[in-house]
Design a protein around this ligand. Structure first.
Ligand SMILES: *[C@@H]1O[C@H](CO)[C@@H](O)[C@H](O)[C@H]1NC(C)=O
Ligand SMILES: *[C@@H]1O[C@H](CO)[C@@H](O)[C@H](O)[C@H]1NC(C)=O
Ligand SMILES: *[C@@H]1O[C@H](CO)[C@@H](O)[C@H](O)[C@H]1NC(C)=O
Ligand SMILES: *[C@@H]1O[C@H](CO)[C@@H](O)[C@H](O)[C@H]1NC(C)=O
Ligand SMILES: *[C@@H]1O[C@H](CO)[C@@H](O)[C@H](O)[C@H]1NC(C)=O
Ligand SMILES: *[C@@H]1O[C@H](CO)[C@@H](O)[C@H](O)[C@H]1NC(C)=O
Length: 427
């Protein structure tokens, strides 16, 4: 029976190997990365993964979270898929901005960010087609390429034009000294005709603010941010940009929360902007109330409960909304203690006003998946669950075949032995 034992060990060993090879990718903790939802994949790129002598160590890791099916964080590993090999031509960076663009909206527009010694003034934007799974440098046909900036958002309007307002950059101040400055420019990129356009806003420059495009009105709402000279941006009066006639206006809000920078903003389908996180001032302290909501119809703020969960990141994370689930990914947890770069994704279920709850279960409902149904369905091979299931089934079939074969041979061997024994005359 030894041969059977060996066989069973072999099958178990084979399945362990299969399982090890198919473990989902586990990305390193990071901050100042980008996150872009296309169909049922949240694509993550770059960011700072470490800090050495006060300098960020940056990455060009590129991977996605597969949100095509439900998962339970308590039980399963997060379904990440590594695509880093596709992003070899994007220099490691932090503080870039990304937005979905194209007709159809199947591509990522990556712009700006600090790429260290690879900062090229003529190569500030890249595109990734999620169907072709390919990154390309964006060619510009017309207009002046804007100055490379960092730590701001990019948004796309209804007509394939991308907007970038503010951001920090190393520039020369009036005294001729190079220092970190804050842009007050609004740059637009018409992605159809590949034309850049830059306008001065006349507003206070800032970084660490958010930009939210309202498809119904064509306006972009800018919230929060900081300028080391002027302090935190006013959160009572918000700067709003009209993408139709290219004008700015100021919007007064009711019941404003603490001003902040480094937070995130997502737009719900009932036109509320959910703000998550934010730091108070440069002393690296989280705001008291991490979850606040702005109703863009009444411009009234709602304040969530003060977050008792200190393990949640508070700045330079990303937020992605899928139906009622907000995915808060990576970011800085605590700059003072060692737990600086969060390597987790927290999932918040968005409710009415500023009610919310943290959940471990992400549930894909078939009747409730406006985003989910518009998926390009070309990624079967990249789906970790498919490949795991496939490999396990393959392993099992192989096991059964080998088992059958060995069983058959063993049976023949025994039979032969019996026959031999029968033939050999007893002494
Ligand atoms: C998620 O997994 C945990 C741990 O296995 C389990 O206790 C919980 O019931 C699961 N939740 C659901 C909704 O399946
Ligand atoms: C992305 O690639 C697909 C397949 O080649 C193509 O149909 C689509 O138009 C591309 N998207 C953009 C924005 O160019
Ligand atoms: C949309 O953009 C195109 C150029 O790409 C422009 O010709 C057209 O006027 C724009 N339409 C609107 C409604 O802004
Ligand atoms: C915001 O602006 C308003 C009106 O200009 C002013 O009254 C208020 O003090 C400002 N808030 C902060 C925090 O600067
Ligand atoms: C731009 O459009 C907005 C909203 O439609 C309007 O209120 C505003 O007066 C317009 N501004 C100019 C300068 O046309
Ligand atoms: C949510 O919060 C609002 C006030 O902020 C409250 O009136 C409402 O009852 C809450 N709803 C739920 C479902 O908890």
């Amino acid at each position: 029976m030894d041969i059977l034992k060996i066989l069973i060990h072999f099958i178990i060993f084979f399945q362990i190997i299969v399982n090890i090879n198919c473990q989902p990718y586990v990305p390193a903790g990071r901050s100042h990365h980008t996150a872009t939802l296309i169909g049922t994949r949240i694509f993550f790129l770059g960011g700072a993964t470490n800090i050495i002598n006060g300098k960020f160590q940056t990455s060009n890791d590129f991977f996605y979270l597969d949100v095509s099916r439900s998962f339970n964080k308590t039980k399963d590993k997060l379904p990440f898929v590594d695509l880093s090999v596709k992003a070899k031509d994007i220099p490691p960076h932090f503080g870039a901005a990304a937005t979905v663009f194209g007709e159809p909206k199947d591509s990522i527009f990556l712009v700006d960010g600090d790429m260290g010694k690879f900062n090229d003034p003529y190569k500030i934007a890249f595109s990734f087609n999620s169907t072709q799974l390919e990154w390309k440098t964006i060619t510009v046909f017309q207009g002046m390429i804007p100055t490379r900036k960092m730590i701001m958002n990019a948004v796309t309007d209804n007509n394939n034009t991308i907007y970038i307002f503010g951001g920090g950059f190393d520039g020369t101040n009036p005294a001729g000294i190079v220092e970190y400055l804050y842009s007050s420019e609004i740059s637009t990129f018409d992605a159809t005709n590949k034309v850049w356009n830059n306008r001065n806003s006349g507003l206070i420059g800032r970084d660490g603010h958010t930009a939210t495009f309202l498809p119904d009105t064509g306006e972009i709402i800018y919230i929060g941010g900081i300028n080391s000279g002027f302090g935190l941006s006013n959160i009572t009066n918000l700067d709003v940009y009209n993408t139709i006639n290219h004008t700015w206006r100021m919007q007064t809000t009711i019941n404003p929360p603490e001003p902040r920078y480094g937070h995130t903003a997502v737009l719900t389908n009932d036109n509320r902007i959910v703000i998550f996180g934010g730091a108070q001032v440069t002393i690296e302290k989280p705001v008291k109330n991490r979850y606040v909501v702005l109703d863009t119809k009444t411009f009234e703020w709602y304040h969530g409960n003060e977050d008792p969960i200190i393990r949640a990141p508070f700045k330079h994370h990303t937020a992605t909304l899928i139906n009622d689930y907000m995915f808060i990914a990576f970011g800085i947890i605590d700059s003072i203690n060692n737990q600086m770069f969060n390597n987790d994704i927290l999932i918040y279920k968005i409710e009415d006003y500023a009610n919310y709850s943290e959940v471990n279960n992400f549930i894909v409902e078939n009747n409730n998946n406006a985003i989910i149904s518009s998926t390009p369905s070309s990624d079967l091979d990249h789906n970790p669950k498919h490949s795991i299931a496939g490999a396990v089934i393959f392993g099992s079939i192989l096991g059964i075949v080998i088992f059958g074969l060995v069983g058959f041979l063993t049976f023949r061997w025994y039979n032969k032995k019996r026959i031999d024994m029968e033939v050999i005359p007893t002494p």
